[in-house]
Design a binder for this molecule. Structure first.
Ligand code: NAI
Ligand code: MG
Length: 489
């Protein structure tokens, strides 16, 4: 690990929202400080928007729908998205640095996320002029065809774990399909979304087509999902907030995409390539310190390889040192003191329930980073399926190990939570892998690689993990409506 110890904060970070293409402060005058969770120092500030600011943003987005954006050819929309991808790449190092400072994640992960954000714009740029409808054969006396029209103003409520990439994931397909957008990034991590707003304008996006408002959930996100001029809300975050968003959107009959949490299992059968399985399990739970909706937070292991997997995972976890994301530490801090308390609370409860802690299980002190919020990489051993830590999303570097005696039991343990985001499996037996894919209720199945897939693969949940799909061509379904034109001739 290179100890650069250059934790300097870039100059000229955005401090204003972007509404109608203009820099805007909050009507109420308030600001939110954003914090480097590795040190606790303040690195920037952005406006604390309220319902009036939200209304202004939505009004701008609604007007922009009728403005010059409407006259753009689909190919011209695509060109703006391509240019956005290029400008993100040109600024990648700065964006990655800011993302690491705000979120704490290791810089190599932030760099990967920024490249993925550029990738979303590139991917959906290519589809902008290929979205087309059908003709419906009603016989010689009729002509019938469908149009793919934009749904209107789309709202995007973004979490703090993948700030820019989640914004890009929703905004790129929304713009490709001709919609306008209002984005509310998380109150912990808004800077890179504000930087994106400026990039979009430089790429030639007309003012008002993409507006970014910053603020807290109840005071800014709430009025956004409740706004009667919002046609669709794309939300990523907790189950409880997702339900609130869905309820408020229902008041004005807006559609929603909910990408909520998970308790995703990684099954390792006795015949698996253990090398690959160990590597996959460590990545599944320690990427971004476990603050990943699709984290593989349960290892479901067949008994013959249980002891071996435990040894290797404990060794792997103990080799992960904690440090500042800008030094590219193997593991960074959590997002906030609140999240640290939450994670510590879950592990303390597990200990109180006599679940054995194989490694970690405590808040970590990191030399030189005493103001940081770090938690040691943790493995909880032999956890029963009904234990709280096996059922609820912890959103931290905490792996629960569950032992099974057959591939069939692995499927039933995999299905034993209220979530259905991802299920992974390691096995050399293709029939077992595909039986698992058939029988597990989840939006994604990863076979022999955790976090398999990418921009082009549809992503979303079943059960409490939500509904609707993001990424890939499937995401576009949220962003156009089908109008059917039928003529008697
Ligand atoms: P949250 O779901 O409250 O926050 C996500 C976004 O929703 C943020 O932009 C927030 O400002 C906004 N929001 C909050 N309340 C709102 C409301 N009433 N109306 C509209 N928008 C609102 O999640 P939070 O509190 O940051 O984290 C709590 C837990 O949620 C985590 O420990 C984790 O388990 C889960 N979570 C899951 C994520 C995922 O990727 N699935 C991402 C973030 C959190
Ligand atoms: Mg922060």
């Amino acid at each position: 690990m290179t100890q650069t110890r250059d934790w300097s904060i870039p100059q000229d970070l955005p401090e204003t929202m972007v509404i109608g293409g203009e820099p805007v402060t909050a009507g109420g005058g308030g600001a939110i400080e954003t914090i480097d969770p590795a040190t606790g120092r303040i690195i920037g500030r952005f406006p604390d928007a309220d319902a009036n600011d939200v209304d202004r943003a939505v009004t701008n987005a609604k007007q922009a729908l009728q403005g010059e954006w409407r006259s753009f050819t689909p190919a011209a929309r695509g060109r703006i998205l391509y240019q956005t991808a290029a400008l993100i790449r040109a600024d990648a190092e700065l964006l990655a640095r800011v993302e690491t400072l705000e979120s704490g994640k290791p810089i190599r992960e932030a760099r990967g996320d920024i490249e993925t954000a550029a990738g979303y714009f590139e991917y959906y740029a290519g589809i902008a002029d290929k979205l087309q409808g059908d003709t419906i054969p009603l016989g010689p006396d009729y002509m019938s065809f469908t149009l793919h029209e934009p749904v209107g103003v789309t709202a995007h409520i973004i979490p703090w774990n993948f700030p820019l990439v989640t914004t890009a994931r929703g905004v790129a397909p929304a713009l490709a399909a001709g919609n306008t957008a209002v984005v509310k990034p998380a109150e912990q991590t808004s800077l890179t979304s504000l930087m994106l707003a400026e990039i979009l304008l430089r790429a030639g996006l007309p003012a008002g087509v993409c507006n970014i408002i910053t603020g807290f959930g109840p005071s800014a996100g709430g009025p956004l999902s409740a706004h009667p001029d919002v046609a669709h809300v794309t939300f990523t975050g907790s189950v409880v907030t997702g339900k609130t968003v869905m309820q408020t959107a229902a008041e004005h009959v807006a559609s929603v995409t909910l990408e909520l949490g998970g308790k995703s299992p990684v099954v390792v059968l006795a015949d698996a390539d253990l090398e690959a399985a160990v590597e996959g399990c460590l990545k599944a739970i320690y990427l971004n310190a476990g603050q990943v909706c699709s984290a593989g937070s349960r290892l479901v292991v067949e008994r013959p390889v249980y002891a071996q997997m435990m040894d290797r995972l404990v060794a792997g976890a103990e080799a992960l040192t904690l440090g500042h994301g800008l030094d590219d530490a193997p593991l960074g801090p959590l997002i906030s003191q609140q999240q640290l308390d939450r994670v510590a609370g879950y592990v303390d409860n597990a200990r109180a329930a006599s679940i054995s802690v194989a490694t970690g299980g405590h808040v970590a002190e990191v030399e030189g980073l005493e103001g940081g919020v770090f938690y040691a990489p943790t493995i909880l051993d032999d956890v029963a399926t009904d234990a709280i830590v096996a059922q609820e999303e912890i959103f931290g570097p905490v792996l629960c190990v569950q032992v099974v005696d057959s591939p069939e039991e692995a499927i039933s343990v995999a299905n034993s939570t209220e979530f259905g985001l991802v299920a992974g499996i390691y096995t050399r037996d293709v029939t077992r892998a595909l039986n698992f894919a058939r029988d597990v209720d989840a939006g994604q199945i990863f076979i022999n690689q955790y976090f398999a897939g990418g921009i082009a693969t549809p992503f979303g949940g079943t059960k409490n993990s939500g509904f609707g799909r993001e990424k890939g061509l499937a995401a576009l379904a949220s962003y156009y409506q089908v109008k059917c034109v039928t003529a008697r001739i």
